[in-house]
Design a binder for this molecule. Structure first.
Ligand code: SFD
Ligand code: AMP
Length: 643
């Protein structure tokens, strides 16, 4: 390594703990908050367990909640967790792990009550101001499941609680984990992880009995709508690069429903969420002619078998997209959110002071969580009470906690009546790899957890992690790969650069390496054009997927040629390596499921029907790291909560 580019010999830090928490977002903060009480229980039994949390960024502002949020989307309150299961099942077109969803539903309110106790301002009904939810205070609901908050500092508040619980000495920020390592004596068991500091020239190797993989979903896998001058804007957090799915798959963890994705309908260009506008402000979305396209296109819902998942006016998120996309394909766009009429209707019985407050809330909804949307409004002179704003379906995202359910196949609770054997294998939220757990965006087949549910799932996993560590208290991890081998691998992009940089005079143009940025563009182009991205209006078929597979395979070969000229590029190189893996799984799953289960998220144009007879089941996949092959299979779905 040469000092010239800042790559001297790195310092290598090796550490052994009992439990490693990877990620510092909602799920990992939930785990960090919860785990210490169970560790305390273990201490009482004479066992001293050591835990460490490693986040790629700084917990105060890391993950999806970095900018804050305006609503907590999962709060039961007066609702029954069984109703929550019904809602999630319908929204995700009939196939969810009802045991996992129920488990989140029955525990989530306690988490929200804690958030309030820690200082998160939650809107209350008139007369209940100042009365905590835990004492019966009535929240302002935007929808049946969602409650409004002043959430600009949401992540600070939650991270503070996790930090206080864990203790700063048990937290390592700005370390990017790139690889999990299995046990030397048992390839189905996890024993370690490797990563590097994104600030200092240090590599980290952890050995442990068990770990939580909660590094969020996958963003920037598809070519985004924001290119050129808008590059970098996205709805979901750009720093979550599919690490969760890639690292778990590479050690053999079974993935589930990776064909699913989330295509959010958003305020165009700024990616402002629509929930508060639809549900709280009661705004209407319409086509260019001012028509309500949901009513106009209602008959579409009865075609192709999609109607089974529509109840009255209630339809899944993908079906709302389906109606909007049809309108755009028919040439009746742009689609507008009628913000002026909504605000006028709301203001009808308000005092001027209350109207000013309403206007402030309209802005604050975005200032709290998607500041870029305010930039678009300000930059384009849009006053929401006077002018409508365009809506647009965005590029796809892979995630398991919002209105999507891609992720890892995890064991569930063993006390939900009717749960089949293949839904649980001992430890709640453990993957099919022994000792490897997940939560939040990582856990598949159970969407609509959102921020509060992800935190809650982290808590559920934390309890099980401690149980696992206790049951294996005498077990000593031995990694199947040597430290030197891991160091060589992490630094491969650096070596590619240093060995070949003098071959050309232009540092970015070189036949021996590819820059991470170019690699990302190539990945996004393939995914966009062949795997149902925005350029084909979310459509693909078997022939297109075959081309995609060939191109992605070549990209996989070239992933070994990525270069890193500095620490920042090393981060980018490994992020894109993870993205490629998540993308590949997504493509393989779409290829396998020969139906259109999620119209409005993607269309298999060669199988446009939703086919419950053959496909009301999970699709699970496993990656074989020795052969590089993926294998896919159908897994039985079981209804646990009656209609
Ligand atoms: O408006 C590594 N979400 C909403 N949830 C709500 O409850 N209400 C809302 O209002 C929501 N909306 C919303 C939401 C998200 C975003 C971005 C917007 C709007 C604009 C969803 C929730 O935020 C989401 O469900 C949870 O945050 C998911 O939790 P989790 O823990 O699964 O993911 P995370 O919080 O992003 O954390 C990931 C962490 O991993 C770290 N990380 N660490 C080490 N090594 C690696 N390789 C790593 N890779 C990533 C990250 O730094 C981070 O700490 S609305 O649209 O409906
Ligand atoms: P969003 O801002 O789109 O992420 O939505 C926030 C919450 O509101 C999620 O729980 C969505 O499922 C829900 N939501 C958004 N739009 C609608 C709508 N038109 N009808 C019903 N629920 C919605």
């Amino acid at each position: 390594m040469t000092e010239e580019y800042g790559f001297g010999n790195p310092e290598i830090i090796e550490e052994e703990v009992d439990i490693l928490l990877i990620g510092g977002g909602m799920a990992a903060c939930g785990a960090g908050f919860e785990i210490m009480q169970w560790i305390e229980e273990a201490r009482k039994q004479g066992v001293d367990l050591k835990v460490k949390l490693v986040d790629k960024a700084a917990m105060d502002r890391s993950g999806a909640v970095a900018q804050g949020l305006s609503a907590i989307n999962t709060y039961m309150g007066e609702n029954d967790p069984s109703d929550y299961v019904r809602y999630v099942r319908q929204d995700l077109m009939g196939i969810v792990r009802e045991d996992l969803v129920f488990d989140v539903g029955r525990h989530v309110d306690d988490s929200v009550h804690n958030f309030e106790k820690w200082g998160l301002p939650i809107w209350k009904q008139p007369g209940d101001e100042g009365k905590p939810l835990a004492d019966g205070g009535k929240p302002v609901r935007s929808g049946r499941w969602q409650i409004m908050i002043n959430g600009e500092s949401y992540k600070w508040i939650v991270a503070e609680a996790a930090k206080k619980s864990l203790g700063l000495e048990n937290i390592q920020e700005r370390v990017f984990i790139i690889r999990l390592v299995t046990d030397k004596n048992d390839p189905t068991r996890i024993a370690g992880a490797a990563g590097f500091s994104v600030r200092d020239h240090k590599l980290y190797i952890y050995r442990f009995k068990c770990c939580l993989m909660a590094a969020g979903g996958a963003v920037n896998v598809f070519r985004p709508r924001s290119v050129g001058e808008g590059t970098g804007r996205a709805w979901y957090p750009v720093w979550n690069a599919g690490s969760t799915y890639a690292m778990a798959a590479e050690v053999g963890a079974e993935l589930t429903l990776m064909e699913n994705r989330f295509v959010p309908a958003r305020f165009k260009d700024g990616y402002g969420p629509v929930g508060a506008w639809f549900l709280l402000f009661k705004a209407q979305a319409m086509n260019a002619a001012g028509e309500d396209y949901q009513t106009r296109n209602a008959d579409l819902l009865q075609k192709n078998g999609y109607g089974k998942y529509v109840k009255g006016h209630a339809m899944g998120t993908c079906l709302r997209n389906h109606l909007m996309m049809h309108e755009m394909k028919e040439g009746r766009g742009p689609i507008f959110m009628d913000t002026p009429t909504a605000m006028k209707n709301l203001a009808a019985n308000m005092t001027p002071r209350e109207i000013k407050h309403l206007e402030a809330e309209a802005w604050e909804d975005f200032l709290d969580m998607t500041i870029g949307q305010c930039g678009v409004w300000a930059g384009e002179n849009i006053e929401p009470d006077k002018e409508m704003s365009e809506l647009m379906p965005t590029e796809p995202y892979l995630l398991g906690s919002h209105a999507g359910c891609a992720g890892i196949w995890c064991s569930g609770p063993d006390d939900v009546p009717g749960t089949p054997e293949h839904y649980h294998w001992g430890y709640n939220r453990m993957t099919t790899v022994k000792g490897l757990f997940s939560a939040g965006d990582g856990v598949g087949a159970s969407g609509h957890k959102f921020s509060s549910g992800s935190f809650t799932e982290g808590r559920i996993a934390a309890k099980a992690l401690v149980k696992f560590a206790m049951d294996n208290r005498d077990w000593k991890p031995e990694m199947e790969r040597s430290v030197d081998d891991l160091v060589q691998e992490i630094y491969r992009p650096v070596r590619n650069f240093l060995e070949h940089k003098d071959y050309t005079t232009a540092i970015d143009i070189n036949p021996h390496y590819i820059t991470p940025k170019m690699f990302q563009f190539r990945l996004q182009k393939v995914m966009d054009e062949y795997v149902a991205g925005v350029s084909t209006m979310y459509q693909t078929n078997a022939a297109m997927l075959k081309v995609a597979e060939k191109k992605l395979d070549m990209l996989r070969e070239d992933s070994l040629k990525m270069r890193a000229k500095d620490l920042h590029e090393l981060l980018r190189a490994w992020e894109n390596y993870h993205r490629l893996f998540a993308a590949f799984a997504h493509m393989k799953h779409i290829q396998f499921r020969e139906e259109t289960r999620y119209p409005g998220y993607y269309y298999r144009t060669d199988h446009l029907d939703l086919d419950d007879d053959n496909w009301r089941c999970f699709v699970n996949s496993t990656y074989n790291r020795d052969t590089g092959e993926w294998s896919l299979k159908k897994v039985d779905w079981k209804q646990l909560v009656k209609e």
